[in-house]
Write a protein that binds this ligand. Structure first.
Ligand SMILES: [Zn+2]
Length: 353
């Protein structure tokens, strides 16, 4: 929650408590039940609640927030899993006297909703629509290549080779998992940064994942771990340092940067940024969990290769080639496959698969 929102919300709490919202004005979710294609969420209230309902399309999920509401002990224990229409449903007591409900729908399921005053129910009716089975397209971008080795680490290990091996493993896994995969390079060749974005944009991809390995310029040998970046026009100082290196590639290899105006508009920018930040968090968590690497976190950064893509994009730095342990690991095909599997797992979590 942003600071201003937080302050506004605190004021709201103060106001609510000063007029002392009586318990009798609270809504209770007593229980819920699913009968065929009808979901009834049963309520007890004096004043009808005003829920906030939002459909999150890329997760095929209905998000419901009901203010001034609690769950009965029965509702708290309930959940729905793997039904014909609902993949998963959970209801939680929120932190702010609210109840949050997540309903993950199966693919192709649509819903209609009413609050029935007579039966004090939220009623959801589900229908199935035939959607063409469109595959999700992921662009995998192994950083550097050809004349550009990327970072060169301990024992002469080259970033371009490490990230290429990981990307090829990842491609295999994602194809098996029914994704459509587009590679920005599938040999050891040099591709400009705008060239990479262009490949992504012309394949109308759903997500762009750029894979890199880090090099420390100071504290060599100490710096370690995994981190990920999403595009931001207002990057942090740290992210700027990393971006400065990755962005310098084209200049060093004689390519003019001519596409800085590609940020089409602020709405797409904001939506893509939220999605990319989510993906970045999942990827770093899953890589850290699979490998035991330190999770260095996620950052908004002004990367040229992210800036040029019209879809949400992340750049993940899978480890430091300047750290002796990580350099050895990153050179190992077993470890490369572990990282690829962890990234695939993060992607699947993102798409709720
Ligand atoms: Zn790189």
């Amino acid at each position: 929650m942003g600071q201003i929102k937080g302050i506004v919300f605190s004021l709201f709490i103060v106001m609510v408590s000063s007029i002392s919202l009586a318990d009798s004005q609270m809504t209770t979710v007593t229980n819920y039940s699913l009968n065929s294609n009808m979901l009834a969420i049963n309520l007890n209230y004096k004043i009808p609640p005003a829920p906030f309902i939002k459909y999150i399309s890329d997760k095929n999920m209905i998000y419901i927030d009901i203010p001034d509401t609690t769950l009965s002990s029965l509702a708290l224990k309930q959940s729905i899993n793997n039904s014909e229409y609902i993949k998963k449903m959970d209801a939680l007591n929120g932190y702010e006297n609210d109840v949050t409900i997540f309903i993950y729908l199966n693919p192709g399921v649509k819903y209609q909703y009413v609050l029935s005053g007579s039966s004090k129910q939220f009623q959801f009716t589900f229908t199935k629509v035939n959607i063409p089975n469109k595959k999700i397209t992921i662009v995998l971008d192994p950083g550097h290549g050809g004349k550009d080795p990327g970072a060169v680490g301990i024992g002469g290990i080259q970033e371009k080779n490490v990230v290429y091996a990981i990307a090829m493993d990842l491609q295999k896994i994602l194809l098996q998992d029914n994704f459509n995969v587009v590679m920005t390079r599938n040999t050891d060749k040099f591709v400009t940064l705008p060239g990479r974005s262009r490949i992504a944009n012309t394949s109308s991809a759903d997500f762009f994942i750029s894979i890199h390995a880090n090099a420390a310029t100071s504290q060599t040998g100490i710096m370690k771990g995994v981190e990920a970046f999403y595009f931001s026009k207002t990057p942090s100082q740290y992210a700027q340092t990393i971006a400065a290196y990755e962005n310098s590639v084209d200049k060093r290899f004689g390519v003019q940067d001519s596409y800085t105006d590609l940020i089409v508009n602020d709405i797409f920018y904001q939506i893509n940024q939220d999605k990319a930040a989510q993906m970045a968090a999942l990827l770093t968590q899953d890589i850290a969990a699979a490998t035991g690497e330190q999770n260095r976190g996620i950052y908004g950064a002004n990367f040229a290769v992210l800036r040029g893509s019209e879809m949400p994009s992340v750049l993940v730095e899978v480890g430091f080639v300047t750290n002796s342990i990580e350099a050895r690991n990153l050179n190992s095909p077993v470890y490369q496959l572990e990282i690829a599997s962890a990234i695939a797992q993060g992607v699947e979590k993102y798409y709720n698969l």
